[in-house]
Write a protein that binds this ligand. Structure first.
Ligand code: ADP
Length: 410
């Protein structure tokens, strides 16, 4: 052997790649020791066999076709670009390979040499990297989810802090309002209580002086004055208590079945004592005998409206209470022929402590209509009015006549 051939032979024998040479028909003509080792064959086994013997059965059929195609225009190239290639060992087991092909010619004809590398380790490594990547992706996703979760929690916590801040501000505002109201109460009470208390004091001392039975009429007059002054004081106190309860959200509308006609007649009897000389309260009732309303709230509404009608009308005037009711609604009208409410004061008439300019020396706190408005709302209704200064005033109250769900079941 010449030195060159010796060297080539050594290269062939010691190459770390498997080298397989096939002829034009695809028959194996030569393979180096590494190829035998890779494929698990001993020497004479493979010579003359088709190259498909080294390919897993499922790919072998197609391979014949690829091989023919390649031999039509052979050139050096890698095999199975972008594809996983597998080789088959003599025992049928498979292993991943990388193959490159080179055609060549000798005086014996055309051949193709393939260089085969077992890439099992590389694939394992790739798989490990892929798995690690997957794991990283998973961890990333988890991390992102956790960050999102934390962000959400943080946003919620911030919202809660903001809400509680708002609550504190609201509570402070309410506290301030209550304090204002209390100081207003002290101011009003000291004004409004003075007159009835003075009346009570003077009437009581006069009564004490009327010793004879001829003076019985005068005595009765002063007893009536005392009663009226006490009622007045009680109403002022009741109004303050009502406002306090409303502020605390302790007032609720609880409808019960009422014979409204009879209920109003009783109430009118009670209020009658407040009437000035020759004043009359007239009453008209039409509609359902029984309606569903909260009695306590209704009493306060009617009492406030009727006593205002009395207070703000001259002696001898008529105050009219008119009620129409049906299955769904109760319409109440309280009409008087009194001083009326000036147009410029009308927008504020339901404001707490507000009194119209023409109220003058008439006793009052400016709380009654505010309470009426609140109670009517609690009952699910509406209150409006029409008034002309010097002519009179009519208040309209619409209340739903609703049988509560609980009562329907009963
Ligand atoms: P008060 O009568 O204690 O002052 P209200 O809240 O009941 O308080 O009424 C508020 C104001 O509305 C009164 O001060 C008065 O100026 C006016 N007002 C209420 N009702 C009538 C009425 N029937 N006629 C004229 N003015 C009225």
């Amino acid at each position: 052997m010449t030195r060159h051939i010796e060297m080539l032979d050594a290269l062939f024998k010691h190459a770390t790649e498997g080298i397989v040479v096939v002829d034009k028909s695809g028959a194996i003509v030569m393979l180096n020791p590494k190829a035998k080792e890779l494929f698990g064959y001993t020497d004479p086994d493979l010579i003359g066999k088709k190259i498909e013997a080294l390919i897993p059965q499922r790919y072998a059929g197609n391979h014949v076709h690829y091989r023919d195609h390649y031999l039509e225009a052979p050139r050096a190239r890698g095999m199975g670009h972008l594809m996983d290639l597998f080789a088959r060992r003599s025992d049928g087991s498979e292993f991943p390979v990388e193959v490159s092909l080179s055609p060549f010619k000798t005086s014996d004809g055309e051949f193709v040499v393939s260089f085969v590398i077992d890439i099992t380790e590389r694939k394992k490594q790739e798989n490990r990297i892929r798995e690690a990547n997957l794991e990283i992706q998973k961890l990333n996703a988890e991390l992102e989810e956790r960050v999102e979760q934390r962000t959400r929690e943080l946003a919620e916590a911030v919202k809660k802090v903001e809400e509680s801040q708002e609550e504190v501000i609201r509570a402070l505002k309410k506290e301030k309002e209550l304090n204002n109201m209390k100081s207003q109460f002290v101011t009003i009470a000291s004004h409004e209580f003075r007159t009835p208390l003075a009346t009570i004091l003077s009437s009581a001392s006069l009564i004490g002086r009327y010793g004879t039975s001829e003076e019985e009429k005068k005595r009765q007059k002063h007893v009536k004055r005392i009663k009226s002054a006490v009622t007045n004081l009680t109403e002022i106190l009741n109004d303050f208590l009502s406002i306090g309860k409303l502020e605390e959200g302790r007032v609720h509308s609880i409808p019960v079945q009422v014979d409204l006609d009879a209920y109003c007649r009783n109430l009118i009897d009670e209020i009658h004592g407040l009437c000035k000389e020759r004043q009359q309260i007239r009453f008209e009732y039409n509609g359902n005998t029984e309606v569903w309303l909260d009695k306590q709230l209704l009493r306060n509404i009617l009492f406030n409206l009727l006593s205002n009608g009395i207070k703000y009308s001259d002696p001898g005037k008529i105050i009219l209470l008119k009620i129409n009711s049906n299955d769904v609604q109760v319409d109440i009208e309280v009409h008087d022929e009194g001083i009326g409410i000036p147009v410029k004061d009308q927008p504020n008439i339901f404001d707490r402590f507000f009194r119209a300019h023409n109220a003058g020396a008439t006793q009052g706190t400016g709380l009654g209509l505010n309470i009426v408005n609140n109670y009517v709302s609690l009952m699910g209704g509406q209150v409006t009015f029409s008034s002309e200064a010097g002519k009179g005033t009519t208040f309209f109250v619409k209340l739903p006549n609703v049988v509560p769900a609980q009562a329907k079941i009963d």
